[in-house]
Structures are given as C-alpha cells and as structure tokens.
Design a protein around this ligand. Structure first.
Ligand SMILES: [Zn+2]
Length: 331
C-alpha cells in the first residue's frame, strides 16, 4: 500500500510539477534557464509562496506578491523611483529563488520545502497582504499610500534584472556605510560580478544610522570565549582589541580580539550589530560598539536609492548603479 502510494505521489509529481517546470525551463544537459524574452522566453506568472504566519503554501500571482513585498520592505514615504527600483529588485529576487528551486527542489529550504520563498522577513522577503497592511498602518495610511505603492509595481510589471540572461541575486539592505556598498565576496563566500562595491550616498537620512551596542566586559569576554575558547583577556584591557583588516568598502573584514582573529560578520551576529561598519571601545566597565549603517551592505541600499531618486535618478539608473552590469528585461 505504502509503495503504491509512493508510486502515486511520484506520478502526481511528474504530472503536476514537471510540466510547470518545463514550461519555464527546458532540460538538456541538466537544466537550462528560460530563453531571454527577445527569443520568446517566459517565466511563470504565478508562484508558490509559503505564508509563514498562516503555516501554509499557496500559489499567488507574482505581481500581487510584489505589491505585498514593496510596502513591507520599503518605507511608503520613499520617492517613487526608489520604490520602482525596489519592485524590480523584489521581483528579480523571487524569480532567482524560484529558478534555483526548480533546478534543485531537494535543495529547497527545510522551512518551506514546497515553495521557493516564504513571507518571513528574517528568512526570505517580508510580505504583507492588503488586510495586514491596514491592520499595521491603519485605514488612513492605506488610503494615502496603497494605490500609489501598487502603481509602482504596475509601472515596472514583468521587469527583472538579468546577468548572462539569468535573473540575478538582487539582494538589498537598508543603509550602507562609509559611502559604498559591500562586494558580495567580502560578506559571503561568493564573488558575483554584479554585486561589487559601488558608491552610495545619503545613507545618514536613516533614523538610527549611527547606533551603539554596549555590553559589560564580562559578557563580552564570555561571548568571545564561547566561540573562541583560546582567546585570552589580560588585565590590560587596552590590549584586548588588536589588528583589524577592512573590506573594499572599509567595513571590518577581520578583527583580532583576545588574540583570536574573528570575521566582522561573526562579531556582528554575536553582538547583534546593525552592520559590520563598527568601532570598539573598552572602558573600565563596558565594551561599546559604535556602528554605522544597517544591513549586510550588499546590493541596493534602500536609503541610497531614495537619495538618488530625490536627486533626479530614475529607477533604471538606480538599479544600474547598485547591480553593476545587470540589464533590465521585461518578461
Ligand atoms: Zn524563506
């Protein structure tokens, strides 16, 4: 019976999943991506999304999905061209995830094995339905902004960023620091040609652009020793913090703490820092991090995009700045 059921499920997978996959992707040696739109290539207009708050997967129109991601990921007051750039980035991001998922469903996130993306902001992209937006911001907000936000998605409908005909990993963050974004290889394992360090201005407009995290000396040393048991902290706290190396964008790449060399990204995670652009000061009682910017720093800076838009850039110029060499195409 069990075997029969498995066979049945296997057939169902072939019947329902494969044609959907093949519509977008023809397999030859492994899997090929959809042809460019100029050659008649298409991408699906509906995708499975795991709604984290409901605990269920549902198919949703991609444009409808983008309209729910936009107000969840970017402040409604941001300039229209920045919003359009965000709409294109969000649409690209989900297609990128979707194509990876189709290529290898087994590599899907265990949190949502039957969908390429979820609505948990800590995991994939934040998403709010119209009802959730009204609950969060109120009816007045909805009347003022909702139609405008939806129009930004409509104005860019079907547009995505591609590099070598593939939808790019269109990551974004709230505000970069030090006047530049981070190169992907400086933050994650992989260098991507379209995620290089580029200039970005206007970030200080973000409330809390400069933030601080303070912990007691004891908490600091204990936390470091948890991951680096060989770290040593002498009486002379002036010697606790040693050499630092920096990324291309001047963030902390590595920093020597108690003799242990630690990645800036690891320090950020350990102490809940908003970014890896930080300074450390040790006084008699506490260790204090002073941090600039917010987010991983890779790809489009949302505050930088808004600054560009306020200075006359259109969404295409914004995207060209943050995703070097990527082209906008309409599927
Ligand atoms: Zn997810």
């Amino acid at each position: 019976m069990k075997r029969l059921l498995l066979t049945y499920l296997g057939c169902m997978a072939v019947i329902f999943i494969l044609p959907a996959a093949l519509a977008a992707i023809s397999s030859g040696d492994g899997v090929r991506l959809p042809a460019p739109p100029s050659e008649g290539g298409t991408l699906p207009t509906e995708l499975n999304v795991y709604f984290s708050d409901e605990g269920q997967t549902r198919a949703i129109g991609i444009e409808e999905y983008v309209k729910g991601v936009l107000p969840a990921e970017m402040p409604a007051l941001f300039a229209p061209e920045a919003q359009k750039a965000q709409a294109v980035a969000a649409r690209t991001y989900v297609y990128h995830k979707y194509l990876n998922y189709v290529k290898d469903p087994a590599a899907a996130s265990p949190a949502h094995p039957d969908a390429a993306v979820c609505t948990d902001p800590a995991h994939c992209n934040a998403y709010y339905s119209e009802q959730q937006l009204i609950q969060r911001h109120g009816q007045k907000w909805a009347e003022e902004y909702l139609a405008k936000i939806r129009s930004y998605a409509d104005d860019t409908a079907g547009e995505i960023l591609v590099y070598d005909d593939e939808p790019i990993l269109a990551v974004f963050h709230a505000a970069s620091a030090g006047g530049a974004t981070e190169a992907s290889g400086d933050v994650w394992a992989r260098d991507l040609p379209y995620l290089v360090s580029v200039k970005s201005a206007g970030e200080e407009a973000k409330a809390g652009f400069v933030s601080a995290v303070s912990v007691s000396r004891q908490e600091f040393t204990a936390k470091i020793k948890e991951s680096f048991p060989n770290a040593e902290f002498s009486e002379n706290s002036g010697a606790w913090i040693g050499e630092r190396t920096r990324t291309q964008a001047n963030h902390i790449d590595t920093i020597t703490v108690g003799g242990a060399e630690i990645k800036g990204t690891q320090i950020r995670a350990m102490f809940g820092l908003k970014s890896t652009y930080f300074d450390i000061a040790v006084d008699e009682k506490n260790v204090t991090f002073t941090v600039q910017g917010a987010g991983h720093g890779v790809g489009m800076s949302q505050y930088g995009a808004n600054h560009m838009a306020e200075n006359g850039a259109d969404y295409k110029q914004i995207l060209e700045n943050y995703y070097s060499g990527a082209k906008i195409v309409k599927y």
